[in-house]
Design a protein around this ligand. Structure first.
Ligand code: NAI
Length: 326
């Protein structure tokens, strides 16, 4: 099968190039991300391979269908960037890679939490400037504190284990609790009220859109640490900024944010950005942003390539599509 691979970055290629010949797939690597403007590049390919920042709205899907694409291979777990209703109407199959490395994302969530907590982002730059003073770097112990995990799927569970390793008490909220995790499930409000560290691990659905807004922030403890490695739309950024300005948070650490599309995975250092909330977030000393890189470990990249190519083979050979998004 010919696959048009969009948004290619150097770290994407090695495993796909190594594994595609033996799986019988022929990949054309395109650098632009997939949008309605770039979709015609898929002409002559039966499948497209897309990532989190590609735009798979109705317009794009209609063009893909017109140029002969049948299959959307998402090389990621989340699928909130795909208009599933349109895909269904156009008879486009959507496959994804669920849980390719929950530990990769959870470890990044804790790395972010700790870096923001202990102000490592500031400390790194200070020492490089021969500023060995400690003012502004005071953190808090996590040991003995309470972690609140929102969403106890694969990544949430990995985060629970990490928090336990830090000697934290763990609370969880999930409308579909998992038995045997040894955590105390509480209501969303109770989690907000009792947690010292809140980490978001639920998908972005209409019902989770802006679950962290001013009302939720008001419920949180003063001095809370908030981490989001899930999807930017979970947090209403303007309300978050108001909360930060009001001194609510000890630290905020975000791998994902509402305005990330068009920013993440690109070098925009020479550009004047018209984004407003991202720039404001970057102006606070207790806020740390990364560029949607929770997935980026060697182990995860290998599994993403293996599962994506296996998804393509399953489709081609009419095998059961266990990773179908419906
Ligand atoms: P999963 O499907 O294993 O778990 C999601 C959990 O969220 C489920 O237990 C589900 O019941 C729960 N949930 C559903 N609605 C909820 C609600 N209203 N409130 C609280 N929990 C709710 O998904 P997984 O693999 O753990 O991934 C979670 C999310 O992490 C993905 O949806 C994706 O957005 C994000 N992600 C981010 C990455 C990054 O690079 N930063 C990489 C991979 C995933």
């Amino acid at each position: 099968m010919k696959i048009a691979f969009f948004g290619t970055k150097p770290y994407d290629r090695p495993w796909f190039e190594k594994l595609s010949p033996e799986s019988g797939q022929e990949i054309t690597f395109f650098r632009p991300r997939l949008t309605k403007e770039t979709a015609p590049l898929a002409d002559g390919h039966r499948a497209v391979c897309a990532f989190v920042n590609d735009e798979l709205g109705r317009d794009t899907l209609e063009i893909l269908k017109k140029v002969g694409v049948e299959l959307i291979l998402l090389r990621c777990a989340g699928y909130n960037n795909v208009d599933l209703e349109a895909a269904h109407e156009l008879d486009l199959t959507v496959l994804r890679v669920p849980g390719y490395s929950p530990e990769a994302v959870a470890e990044h969530a804790m790395a972010l939490a700790m870096a923001a907590n202990r102000r490592l982002h500031k400390a790194y730059n200070k020492v490089r400037d021969n500023d060995f003073s400690l003012t502004g770097l005071t953190g808090v112990n996590l040991y003995g504190k309470t972690a609140g995990i929102v969403g106890t799927g694969k990544i949430g569970q990995a985060m629970i284990n990490i928090c336990r390793g830090f000697g934290m008490d763990v609370l969880a909220y999930d409308p579909y609790p998992v038995s045997g995790l040894g955590v105390k499930y509480v209501s969303f409000k109770e989690l907000l009220e009792q947690s010292d560290l809140i980490s978001l691990h639920c998908p972005l659905f209409p019902e989770t859109y802006h679950i962290i807004d001013s009302k939720a922030i008001d419920c949180m403890k003063d001095g809370v640490i908030l981490v989001n490695t899930s999807r930017g739309g979970l947090i209403k950024t303007e309300d978050l900024i108001n909360g930060i300005k009001a001194g609510k948070f000890h630290a905020v650490a975000l791998d994902v944010y509402e305005e990330e599309s068009g920013l993440v995975y690109e070098d925009r250092s020479d550009d004047i950005l018209d984004h407003t909330t991202t720039a404001r977030l970057l102006s606070f000393p207790n806020v740390l942003l990364t560029s949607h890189q929770g997935f980026l470990t060697k182990e995860a990249l290998r599994t993403i390539a293996e599962v994506t190519l296996d998804n393509a083979e399953a489709y081609e050979n009419n095998r059961v599509l266990k990773n179908a998004v419906s």
